[in-house]
Each structure stands twice: as structure tokens, then as C-alpha cells.
Write a protein that binds this ligand. Structure first.
Ligand SMILES: NC(=O)c1ccc[n+]([C@@H]2O[C@H](COP(=O)([O-])OP(=O)(O)OC[C@H]3O[C@@H](n4cnc5c(N)ncnc54)[C@H](O)[C@@H]3O)[C@@H](O)[C@H]2O)c1
Length: 303
């Protein structure tokens, strides 16, 4: 990270979304890291239609690139990142390991990699940064009670700790370098809900696009964390702060409730970790599942 007082983002000539956030949607180039992944695929489907020019970055390139600009790069390599940042006005940072694993892997990709992405963004004068945090950064809070989007971190896993690091770094970069930073504590970003927990935590593909778009355009953003869930009838994740920033969720996991309840033979037992903790079963490591489950946990569980 360069010294704060030498930072290009503080110079008046820096291009950026905050010159006129209300018109930014049709003008910005957005560097989308982790673009080949699950969340990235939803955003590639939806953000271009809202006027964003995406530069997609990932270790791998999907077979179908839909005519979008692609950069094959590693977020842990500063030179590759510096080239990818050219002319970007915003970054949506998704690249990472999306679930519990050994600390060394998390350190390399989620902690060092996220640091490198913020560092390259600072150096390039990027004005706005949307960071894919996770419900697992606050996963040890109790489930069911309203959980504020700005609730103190209470990670349920080393993965959650790595996501909390990115939030802290985002706050630092916002304060020291004047970049607008939004951290989204993503719930379960899946094509459709596949577990009972998702009745509260689901973030639909369409709402993912709407939420990221809102974070890219919200006027007056300095630093914020918001919850990333749909308007789920059974949800207890606070959405007022995201709504105040322009998020208008349109989906509700309730549409799938009867089907899920029938499939699982009724609601979650009160002592089921998915009913006890905000982070669900990741908050209670199961020795039978080494490494835990991916953060979204979208794959339908085996019977
Ligand atoms: N899917 C969810 O429900 C969910 C929930 C909470 C948080 N998140 C967060 O959202 C982000 C995206 O999650 P996802 O479900 O799409 O995961 P994913 O594994 O499907 O996608 C992650 C992408 O990052 C890429 N990547 C990994 N290391 C990289 C590196 N060194 N350089 C460049 N690219 C690299 C991978 O190739 C992959 O395409 C993650 O940061 C995850 O922690 C997701």
C-alpha cells in the first residue's frame, strides 16, 4: 500500500464514479475478479444489461465468454493486477476461496490476494470497491434475532476470519485513501434455495445483480457493510441499510418453502446448527466433513 498522502485517489483528476454516482451506470469500467465463479457468473449475466462495461478477471476463462472482456490473471500477482486495473473506475472483488480450508490457503488467496487487489486499486486511482464478504464473518451471532448489516464481526471459521480481514482492509482504504468501499456479507448466493437455512439466507441471482449495482452507484458512500440476502419472508438479516443505498430486492425464498419443507420432512430442529447460528453448520465444525462446506452451500445435500 503506498503512503496515504501520496495516493493518486486523492488527486482531483482521478476518474471516478463519485463525480456523479447517479449517471455512473452507463460509463464505468468495472474490474470483476473471480468472474468465472458462481457469483461472478450471475453478475456477468446481469450487470452488462445495466450499462456496466465488465473486465472479467479469473485464473480460468469459461468456455463461453459472452463477448465480454477477459483477463486471465492471478490476484496474488501484483504485476498482473496492475495491468488489469488500467482505466477501471470500480472493482467488484469476488476472487477467493469460498469456504473453510487450511489457514495457509486462506492466507495466500483471501488475505494476501485481497490485500493485493486493494493495493492495485489504490495505485490505479479506482474510486469505488465492492467487496464480497460473507455471512461467515458474522456467523457466530445467533440465528433468528435481527442482525444488523454493520454488526461486529464474529467469525464462525478461519474462512470467516479471512473475510473479516477484507472488511477491515476496506475500512482502512476508505479512511486513508478516500476510496468508496462497500462490503457485502453475502448469504447463500445460489440459483435457487436448496437447504432449509436458505429460506432465511438466500440471495437470488437477480438480487445479486441489483445489490452490486446499488453498491456501485449509491451516492455518498464512504465505507459500509450490508447484508446480502433477498427479501426473504423468513429472513432476519437487516436490509434497511442496503435499501437506503438503493437496493430493491425482488425475490423471496418463500416461493420454495413448501417444496423444501416437504423434501426435508419439516422445519429445522431447534438444536440444528443451521437454526442456531447465523453461519449455520459452518459455526459448528463437523469432523466428518473435513474442510467444511463451501460458503454458499448451494449443492443440494445428499439425503
Ligand atoms: N456463493 C455464496 O453464497 C457466497 C457467500 C458468501 C460469500 N461469498 C464470496 O463471494 C465470492 C465468490 O464466491 P463464489 O461462490 O462465486 O466462489 P467460486 O469458487 O465459484 O468463485 C471464485 C472464483 O475465484 C477465482 N479465483 C480463486 N483464486 C484466484 C486467484 N488467485 N486469482 C484469480 N482468481 C481466483 C476462482 O477461479 C473462481 O472462479 C467469494 O469471495 C466468496 O467468499 C460467496
Amino acid at each position: 500500500m503506498p503512503p496515504a498522502d501520496a495516493h493518486p485517489a486523492r488527486q482531483p483528476a482521478a476518474r471516478g464514479l463519485d463525480r456523479d454516482p447517479s449517471t455512473a451506470a452507463s460509463t464505468g469500467t468495472v474490474l470483476l475478479t473471480g468472474a468465472a465463479g458462481a457469483v461472478g457468473t450471475f453478475l456477468r449475466r446481469g450487470l452488462p444489461a445495466l450499462g456496466w462495461h465488465l473486465r472479467c478477471l479469473d485464473l480460468v476463462r469459461p468456455a463461453r465468454d459472452d463477448g465480454l472482456e477477459w483477463v486471465t490473471a492471478d490476484i496474488t500477482r501484483p504485476a498482473e493486477l496492475a495491468a488489469a486495473m488500467a482505466e477501471a473506475s470500480a472493482v467488484v472483488h469476488l476472487a477467493g476461496i469460498p469456504g473453510e480450508t487450511g489457514f495457509d490457503r486462506l492466507l495466500h488467496t483471501n488475505i494476501d490476494g485481497t490485500y493485493r487487489v486493494f493495493e492495485a486499486a489504490v495505485r490505479a486511482g479506482v474510486r469505488r470497491f465492492v467487496y464480497a464478504s460473507s455471512n461467515h464473518a458474522v456467523g457466530r451471532h445467533r440465528a433468528g434475532a435481527p442482525l444488523d448489516g454493520a454488526a461486529p464481526v464474529r467469525p464462525d471459521s478461519l474462512y470467516g476470519v479471512s473475510k473479516a480481514f477484507g472488511e477491515a482492509l476496506g475500512a482502512y482504504v476508505a479512511d486513508r485513501f478516500g476510496m468508496a468501499v462497500a462490503g457485502i456479507r453475502i448469504g447463500s448466493c445460489c440459483e435457487r434455495p436448496t437447504r432449509l437455512r436458505h429460506l432465511a439466507t438466500w440471495l437470488s441471482p437477480g438480487d445479486t445483480v441489483r445489490l452490486v449495482h446499488a453498491m456501485l452507484t449509491a451516492p455518498g458512500l464512504t465505507y459500509a457493510t450490508v447484508n446480502g440476502v433477498s427479501a426473504n419472508t423468513r429472513g432476519w438479516w437487516e436490509l434497511d441499510s442496503a435499501r437506503a443505498m438503493g437496493y430493491q430486492p425482488q425475490d423471496d425464498a418463500e416461493e420454495y418453502a413448501q417444496e423444501l419443507l416437504a423434501g426435508f420432512g419439516g422445519p429445522l430442529a431447534a438444536d440444528d446448527p443451521d437454526a442456531m447460528y447465523a453461519g449455520g453448520r459452518m459455526a459448528v465444525p463437523d469432523p466428518a466433513v473435513p474442510g467444511g462446506e463451501p460458503s454458499g452451500g448451494c449443492a443440494a445435500p445428499q439425503a
